[in-house]
Design a protein around this ligand. Structure first.
Ligand code: AMP
Length: 307
């Protein structure tokens, strides 16, 4: 069961109340691929970087079972660059810079060997590129998950709506759900967004967990209360990587299995925020991942006898 991941591979510069980084590697697809690698070893990446992107980081992705045949390296061009500053609550941030660079002219090419994919993760990048990837697949994957952000709602809403109509699951944060639907209530927002195409909607609420909706049901998972949160960058992508990684590994796309996938995604996101950038997601052991998932189970398990 192969998993195709599309999204940015990038440089980020991050400021949080705890410190500041120079350019470090990031990008939606980087986080998704790393997180998914703890669940499945069959990950194919489609993305683009400039020749300023370090070979060591590409090798690091390869070591995490991410096939990079579909990663275009543009000679003499610069990689996508994003910088952001977090507020004191670490749940909200301002984007300081978005330099599209190579992304501005990106024409994705899905290698032949990737085409028979069962799971497709459309990570954050321009909606028109996400559509071009779907159009190159000869058969529709079993499950298509889309992640996007306010930047694309502000700049490419029409294209985003077209992409949205073609996917099964949308993951966005609470403020993006409000922006997309024009509703403050997340329950009302969910109903409106589900009418736009996706069968499932995941609303990420940072340190307040995540909600999974379909038209009839809703499920909530908290985030793990952590002692140290250094950098939330990539937490949403990491969540998405753990979520789709678990679904791809189990080949089960039922609502009940999506609930479990949300716990795996949340567990991976809890690692991500503990260090700057991707640092904490590199080289975790399976035992560490299992221990973290167990902490989630212990956190939410209780018994009540009614009557
Ligand atoms: P997250 O914190 O999960 O929203 O993801 C942060 C990552 O998304 C960073 O590593 C950025 O490189 C990447 N990113 C930021 N803005 C964009 C954008 N407009 N399109 C695609 N990726 C982006």
């Amino acid at each position: 069961m192969s998993l195709l991941v599309v999204g940015t591979v990038a440089f980020d510069a991050i400021e949080t109340p705890f410190g500041k980084t120079d350019k470090i590697i990031g990008g939606a697809a980087t986080y998704i691929g790393l997180a998914a690698s703890y669940f499945t070893k069959n990950i194919n990446l489609v993305s683009v970087v400039g020749d300023d992107f370090p070979q060591a980081s590409i090798d690091m992705l390869k070591k995490h079972h991410v096939n990079v045949d579909g990663l275009q390296i543009k000679k003499g061009e610069k990689s996508f660059f994003w910088s952001g500053r977090y507020h004191n609550d670490m749940n909200t941030r301002d984007t300081l810079t978005t330099e599209l660079n190579v992304l501005g002219t990106f024409d994705p090419v899905v290698p032949e060997s990737y085409k028979d994919c069962d799971f497709l993760m459309l990570g954050n990048l321009m909606p028109v590129v996400q559509q071009k990837v779907m159009a190159q697949l000869p058969k529709r994957p079993k499950l298509i998950v889309l992640d996007t952000m306010n930047f694309w709602m502000d700049s490419s809403m029409d294209e985003l709506m077209k992409t949205l109509a073609q996917v099964d699951v949308l993951t966005i944060n609470d403020s993006e759900a409000r922006q997309l639907s024009g509703e403050y209530s997340l329950v009302k927002a969910a109903q409106k967004i589900l009418a736009m195409g996706p069968k499932y909607l995941i609303i990420k609420k940072g340190e307040h967990g995540a909600l999974l909706f379909n038209k009839e049901q809703v499920f909530f998972a908290p985030a793990l209360p952590l002692e140290d949160v250094f950098d939330p960058t990539g937490a949403g992508d990491t969540f998405a990587g753990g979520f789709i990684g678990h679904l791809a590994a189990t080949k089960d796309i039922s609502f009940d299995n999506m609930k479990r996938a949300i716990i795996f995604g949340s567990a991976m996101a809890s690692f991500c925020v503990e260090k700057f950038g991707v640092e904490r997601l590199v080289g975790l052991t399976q035992a560490e991942v299992e221990e973290r998932v167990q902490e989630f189970i212990d956190l939410v398990q209780f018994e009540i006898e009614l009557g």
